[in-house]
Design a protein around this ligand. Structure first.
Ligand SMILES: [Zn+2]
Length: 346
């Protein structure tokens, strides 16, 4: 999808001052050229009012606006386009992003916003001719993502299950840098991240990972990083050594040495600590975790310490199954509070 946008930006819009509009401008990308050829025919016949017309109309209107730009202005747009598509550098804070709100509202900027903020959901990439020419769709991308990621849960919270590559349905994609705030990257897969419904729609929404609610610049984890962030979770029971039964009875700390700002951003957007606390407080969850130790002791004649060691090992081997990473943190604190050693007396 982004290949089309990159081509149109660099080879059509940025070349506008030196060219008249013609579908020949798209001939450097055969698949796009065929699509534009069909959209052009439909436009002339006045038959397409939907996603194809949305795409065709915006490509043309933005071309017309680019025609009157100076070479310096075009160079500036090139830089902004490249910067906004370097999602990794933006998350790491080594490049400054370009936001709609920082731009004055010229007709060109209004058209750019109208195009890029709606492009993903416009349905253009679901048109048969587009899917046929691209040779894949979002479902294919999701399948490949699920297979490569090999996690049964949401990569942002670790709590909610996610569709696998074998499911007929798929999770929604989140615009990590929201399409309502950032131009040019709304169909870039580096900015499209599968996430659970809670993370995507209920917690993050259109929050800006690179700017706090107070308008302070901040770094954020880059979702497609190949680097494994070593995030440590520790709990503290505040209920005089008893199992927590309310959120006020438990404290959660998140740490990732060298990534303190990213941790704070992650927690601020997805309310991670609050959600971990909610899970740990639920008797339906924490009793099941503690029962694992009890069952190991009773069925296999193990001491609580031996059962605990076996359970922690199992959590370490499969941390993403049923929030085992959180179960391990809970059991470690339960051990510290003396709840494990006394488990056979309960
Ligand atoms: Zn999630």
């Amino acid at each position: 999808m982004h290949t089309f946008v990159g081509y149109i930006f660099a080879r059509v819009w940025c070349k506008a001052p030196e060219n008249d509009y013609s579908i020949d401008l798209f001939s450097g990308l055969t698949s796009l050229h065929s699509i534009i050829e069909q959209l052009d025919r439909e436009d002339k016949a006045g038959v397409d009012k939907g996603a194809g017309a949305f795409f065709y109309r915006h490509v043309n209107e933005i071309f017309i606006e680019f025609k009157s730009l100076s070479s310096d202005e075009i160079e500036n747009f090139r830089r902004l386009f490249l910067n906004n598509n370097n999602i990794k550098a933006l998350c790491e804070g080594t490049l400054l992003p370009f936001r709609y709100e920082t731009a004055s509202t010229t007709p060109l900027q209004t058209k750019i916003k109208s195009f890029f903020s709606e492009l993903y959901r416009s349905g253009f990439f679901n048109l048969k001719i587009v899917k046929d020419k691209i040779g894949a769709d979002l479902h294919d991308h999701y399948k490949a993502f699920a297979k490569a990621n090999a996690m049964p849960c949401c990569p942002f919270c670790g709590l909610q299950p996610m569709d696998t590559e074998y499911d007929a349905t798929r999770e929604a994609y989140d615009h990590y840098l929201p399409s309502s705030i950032y131009p040019f990257n709304s169909v870039n897969f580096r900015n499209l991240t599968p996430a659970c419904h809670k993370c995507n729609s209920q917690y993050k929404g259109a929050k800006d990972p690179l700017l706090s609610a107070d308008g302070i610049k901040r770094r954020a984890f880059y979702p497609y990083s190949l680097h494994q962030y070593n995030i440590q979770i520790s709990l503290q029971f505040l209920n005089n050594g008893q199992s927590p039964t309310e959120p006020k009875h438990i404290r959660v700390d998140l740490a990732c040495p060298g990534y303190e700002e990213e941790i704070a951003t992650w927690d601020s957007i997805y309310k991670i600590r609050q959600r971990f606390i909610a899970k740990c407080c639920s008797p339906a969850v924490n009793k099941a975790w503690m029962n694992r130790i009890l069952i190991e002791c009773r069925n296999y004649d193990r001491s609580p310490e031996q059962a605990m060691e076996a359970e922690l090992l199992a959590c370490l081997e499969s941390p993403w199954i049923e929030a085992s990473f959180l179960k391990a943190a809970y059991l470690r604190e339960a051990e510290k509070a003396g709840l494990i050693s006394s488990i056979l007396q309960t």
